[in-house]
Design a binder for this molecule. Structure first.
Ligand SMILES: C[S@@+](CC[C@H](N)C(=O)[O-])C[C@H]1O[C@@H](n2cnc3c(N)ncnc32)[C@H](O)[C@@H]1O
Length: 379
């Protein structure tokens, strides 16, 4: 996977924002005309990389959360962190005297929010070395009697209680599902959550739209056609398969935003994260399309009022940015014409934190007729 910043201020995170949820900024709507979701799988398996220290890519994933830079980036993402804080502080009725399980606690920030909101007891489970820091942080803030930090993997630890009333977690990855902890949350839900217990957040939706992106595609992809006079286009074939995580300017959007899939975290099974969803992207102006862009929204529907946030290009930027899938063809699209197709998303069979994506798309327009299948790998 590629992470870039095409704007000077793309990494800037606004820390003093009064409002956390950015859902109101988003004007993208679900297209009810395309709602069929078919189960499926895609792509060839990839090897989980093992290096000389015998660390797998999964080990590096956990290590990365011990790094203060990663943690700080997440905490400073005020759309993310303030939304969780508002959900907890503005819905104290959910937490009063309840037993909470914080899945992947990191610094323990969500556990602290829950304790402050009146939770009876919070179990903060964290598998990385950050668990030691979380213990210190809990003590330093005077919550040792309410929060118990447990160091270990959710799948391996023993909880001192048989059941919990609430599971809270910030499990989402780039493209929602890359390096995500969704299966860990579902495991915890099935093992410990009481019947009618609360999962926060409980809904996550993946969306797709199309953008004009000539300059950046030229810079990142077409660059390989002629490198100081030499043909390196074999690299271009690989580069185009790697989704790019970056911020997209809302003015680049050429079509509607299509809902691909909504996951109900309180009910779904792990297999539901692999799916095929059809899409229809209708152009709202004459333009060129260089890429499709995926992003997600999450929501907390058990709150008194619906709360959540969007990672879409029309909303305030989050550290998840958007995921750009470059097309081999440049599509010349006229207003009212549609790109139709399907996206298949599957966990990689060798490393379930990786994601394989297959895009089938066609445009039958006045100026352009294209039909193609492209495969992308998020590694
Ligand atoms: C995205 S961070 C969120 C941290 C914190 N909850 C927050 O909101 O700032 C996810 C955390 O989950 C931890 N984690 C991932 N998989 C886990 C597992 N299977 N068991 C326990 N912790 C896990 C990671 O080490 C990481 O600290």
């Amino acid at each position: 996977m590629n992470q870039h910043s095409r704007f000077e201020d793309a990494d800037e995170v606004i820390v003093d924002a009064a409002v956390s949820s950015n859902l109101d900024d988003s004007i993208c709507e679900a297209d009810d005309s395309v709602d069929k979701v078919v189960e499926g799988s895609v792509g060839e398996p990839a090897m989980a990389l093992i290096d000389a220290d015998h660390k797998t890519s999964a080990d590096y994933y956990f290590d990365s959360y011990s790094h203060f830079v990663t943690l700080q980036e997440m905490l400073k993402d005020s759309v993310r962190t303030k939304t969780y804080q508002n959900v907890i502080y503005q819905n104290k009725f959910l937490f009063k005297n309840k037993v909470v399980l914080d899945v992947g606690a990191g610094t323990g920030i969500l556990s602290l929010f829950c304790a402050k909101a009146g939770a009876g007891h919070v179990y903060a489970v964290e598998c990385s070395d950050m668990a030691d820091m979380a213990k210190e942080i809990v003590e330093a803030n005077g919550y040792s009697n309410v929060i118990t930090v447990l160091k270990g993997k959710i799948e391996e630890i023993e909880l001192p209680v048989a059941k919990v009333d609430i599971i809270i977690s910030e499990w989402m990855g780039y493209f929602l599902l890359f390096e995500n902890m969704l299966n860990t949350v579902l495991y915890a839900r099935d093992k410990w959550l009481v019947d009618d217990g609360v999962v926060l957040p409980d809904k996550a939706s993946l969306f797709l739209t199309a953008i004009e992106d000539a300059d950046y595609k030229e810079d990142k992809i077409e660059f390989w056609n002629n490198v100081y006079g030499f043909d390196m286009s074999c690299i271009k074939k690989q580069a185009i398969m790697e989704p790019l995580v970056d911020t997209v300017d809302k003015n680049q959007i050429v079509t509607n935003c299509q809902l691909l899939k909504t996951m109900d975290i309180s009910k779904m099974v792990p297999g539901d994260a692999s799916f095929t969803a059809p899409f229809k992207l209708v152009a709202d102006r004459d333009d060129y399309v260089h890429a499709l862009v995926a992003y997600f929204d999450v929501s907390f529907t058990r709150c008194h009022k619906l709360m959540g946030f969007s990672t879409g290009p029309r909303s305030r930027v989050t550290h998840w940015k958007q995921t750009v899938l470059y097309l081999e063809d440049v599509l010349t699209i006229c207003e009212g014409e549609s790109i139709v197709g399907s996206m298949t998303v599957a966990q990689n069979s060798k490393n379930p934190r990786d994601v394989d994506i297959m895009l089938k798309y066609s445009l039958n327009g006045r100026r352009c007729a294209v039909s193609r299948v492209q495969v992308y790998k998020m590694r």
